[in-house]
Structure formats: C-alpha cells, structure tokens
Write a protein that binds this ligand. Structure first.
Ligand SMILES: [Zn+2]
Length: 418
C-alpha cells in the first residue's frame, strides 16, 4: 500500500514549539498545499452552512482542506455505497482535500457509549454504533484523503479517573492498530492518510504515553483530543499540549480538536499546534453575531485606524469569559447584531473588511434581517465570519514570520496599544 505522500516543510520554529510552515503534496494526486498554522473548512455534509459553493468561492484564500463528520456520513452509507464515486464527488467537492473527523466539533456529543469494541456517533436519527469493521467500511465508501482513526475520547471531564483515562489511551491505541490493519490491506484507501488520536485527559503520563505510542505507528498526522473549550483551563492545556507535541515527530501535522476561540487558538499555536477545526465562525453565525476582534498587526497607522475606532465605539471588549464552558455562549470576539443598538448603525460589520457582506451591507440591514428571521442573515454573517476567521489565521502566520506574536496577542485580547 502506498502511504500518504504529504510533506511538511517548516520554515520557522519559534521558541522550540511554535511552527510556521507548509503542508505540501496533499490529496491523492498531491496537488494541494496548506499553510500552517491553519484551519480547516468546517462543513455539514460537505457544505459550509448557509453558503452555496458559488457564494463560498467568492471568498479569497479558502483553506485547501474540507472537514466532514463521520456521524453525518454514517447515516447515508447505503446511498454512498450505491453511488460508488466517494463522498467528494457525491457532494460536488472537486478541488479540495477531504478530512473525515469522528465527531462534529460544534455539536454536543453524549458520553457513556464507548466500549472496547465500538465507538458511537450521533446523526440526526440518533446514535450509530461503529465497530472497526463498520468504521473502515465507511471510510472505504467515503474515500476521504485523510481520516481520524477511531478513538475513545470520553475522558475530558475533570471527573474522569486515572483508571478510566488509562483505559481510553489503551482502547484508542487498540482501535488505531485495528484500523491500520484494515487500512493497509485496502486498495480503496491507497494513498489516504490516517490521523492517530492522542488521548490522556488531564494526566501528563497518559498524555505522553499516548503520544509516544501513536507516533510509533504509520500515521500521517495526529489529532489532539480532549482539550476542547471547557475541558480544562488554558494554563494546563498549554502545558499538556507542549509536552505532547515534544513527543511527536517534527514532520507530521498536529490537529487540535474542539478549540476555536481566538485567544485559545493563539495559546495553542504557541504550544505547538498546527491545525484547527474551523467551526467557530459557524457558532458565531448561529448566535446572530459577527466576528469583530482585531488582528491587524500592520505598522501603518492609517490601515490600523479602524480597529481603534471600533474599540472606542465599544464593540470589542476585553476578554472577561475566558473560562466559559458553554460553547454556545457569545464571546467577547463578536458583536451581537440582534441588539437594538445596531438598528440605525449604518457602518459595515467591520470597517475595512473586504468581504461581500461588508462591501455591500450595513449593520442595520443585517440587524433587520435577523429580527425578521430572514435566511439572508445567516448567509451574510457566514460570509463575513468565515472571511474574518481565515484572515485571523493569515495574521497568525504573518506575525510568526515577522516576530510579532506579542503584538498580535495584544490586538486579539483587545489591549493593542500603538
Ligand atoms: Zn466582512
């Protein structure tokens, strides 16, 4: 079996951990590349929520990797098997690398359903229990370019005992070995990359064991699981991620699951994470919010001026909910356009933003669409939020390239004084 031919070229490593680079020769034909640190394109069954492919492609610099969730696909396995052409063709996704994750990072996943032989995913019709055989049959049908291996990730709650955490690491490694055994014999999965999952809850020894053992297997990259927002405070998360990433080979990407808030993204990039799931813009859109945090690190005072204006106008506020557990809760990186104060605010969502929404509409119009429940509200917000969030990742890479991470952090946290 041919292994995934993906290559990771690091152009810069800052303070031993933070990585700037390029993932090259991705996809089965090796024609795609992705800058790191970067984020994947979040979708529901291959579609960015609210956006058609035409609308989506009005956005510039979209990431080359699209994320789909296995729970979505498991429900449609019969149809996909009958179709035979793989999920990309089924969903009309032609020019992208397809990554299949186990769970949807924007959805709550009930716990208490993993066993030694199975994991469960939740679709719209309820729970679907997957054995290794069923999981691998799904991957063969879907034919992604990368997929996350089966994992027992139910140990992120602080109440998980050491024994339970150890069991989750053992199970996840056993699942990985079984998946790899089927994978390596499968012609359909020739050239497809498996991402091994690092578990271990909040116990350092188990995290290290999980990382070391997973790194011994022929995986294309690593998923860091159990660090999602609300699972632990940022200091502990950064310590554990730094320890884990030191155990992982330099030439393979590390994808962090379930973290999307800009302040957390920055801290995790500094701990050695390369890739993030891009669900945060969707969550903000569902709240009727527009991302408005500043990430401008250009020295030119003219181009930086809108940020100051925005801050003094009171739309961005200092972070005050860093330990907020509820991912559906509005964060201080966004403005709630349902708020009455926007009903006669005729400015764009973010001054200087080049997205379709900001070039053509004002806050007052989006406010009106939201209060009258017009579908266009979600479309316009998703255009802006996706554009803004991916712009933030471009700014992270620019800051890493020019030693401006401190400035970027101050900007993002709302204390950016010039
Ligand atoms: Zn915009």
């Amino acid at each position: 079996m041919a292994a995934s031919r993906m290559k990771l070229e690091l152009s810069r490593v800052v303070q031993g951990n933070t990585r700037l680079g390029l993932l090259k020769e991705m996809g089965r034909m090796g024609q795609h590349s992705l800058d790191i640190p970067g984020c994947l394109l979040y979708t529901h069954l291959g579609t960015v929520p609210h956006l058609t492919q035409d609308t989506l492609h009005t956005l510039s610099s979209l990431p080359a990797v699209t994320q789909v969730t296995l729970s979505n696909m498991a429900e449609h396995q019969d149809v996909l098997e009958e179709f035979k052409g793989g999920f990309k063709k089924f969903a009309g996704l032609h020019d992208t690398v397809l990554y299949c994750s186990l769970h949807d990072p924007a959805a709550q996943c009930p716990t208490g359903h993993t066993t030694n032989k199975t994991v469960s995913v939740w679709g719209s019709g309820g729970r679907i229990e997957l054995t290794v055989a069923k999981f691998m049959a799904l991957q063969k049908t879907a034919q992604p370019d990368w997929y996350q291996s089966m994992a027992d990730g139910e140990t992120w709650q602080a109440s998980a005992s050491r024994k339970r955490v150890r069991k989750s690491v053992d199970r996840t490694l056993a699942h990985l070995d079984e998946c790899l055994m089927v994978h390596q014999k499968s012609q359909e999965l020739d050239g497809v990359g498996v991402f091994g999952v690092v578990e271990g809850g909040d116990i350092l020894e188990e995290r290290l064991r999980s990382a070391r053992e997973t790194a011994k297997r022929p995986v294309a990259g690593f998923c860091l699981d159990g660090f999602q927002t609300g699972a632990m405070d940022q200091v502990l998360r950064s310590q554990l991620i730094s320890a884990v990433t030191k155990e992982l080979p330099e030439d393979k990407p590390r994808l962090l699951q379930g973290v999307g808030r800009p302040d957390e993204v920055l801290a995790c990039v500094e701990a050695g994470v390369d890739l993030f799931e891009g669900f945060f813009p969707f969550q903000a859109t569902e709240r009727g919010c527009a991302l408005c945090f500043s990430f401008d690190i250009t020295p030119d005072p003219e181009s930086a001026a809108p940020d100051e204006e925005q801050r003094t106008a009171g739309e961005t506020q200092p972070n005050r909910d860093l330990n907020c557990v509820d991912q559906t809760h509005m964060t201080s990186f966004e403005m709630n356009l349902k708020d009455k104060r926007y009903q006669d605010d005729f400015r764009p969502l973010v001054e200087g933003c080049g997205c379709y929404c900001c070039r053509n509409h004002q806050r007052a119009y989006v406010h009106h669409l939201l209060v009258t429940n017009e579908l266009l509200a979600g479309v316009l917000l998703m255009i802006h939020n996706t554009s803004h969030y991916h712009g933030f990742f471009r700014a992270i890479r620019a800051a890493l390239a020019s030693d401006k991470m401190d400035l970027l952090r101050r900007r993002v946290l709302g204390n950016g004084k010039k």
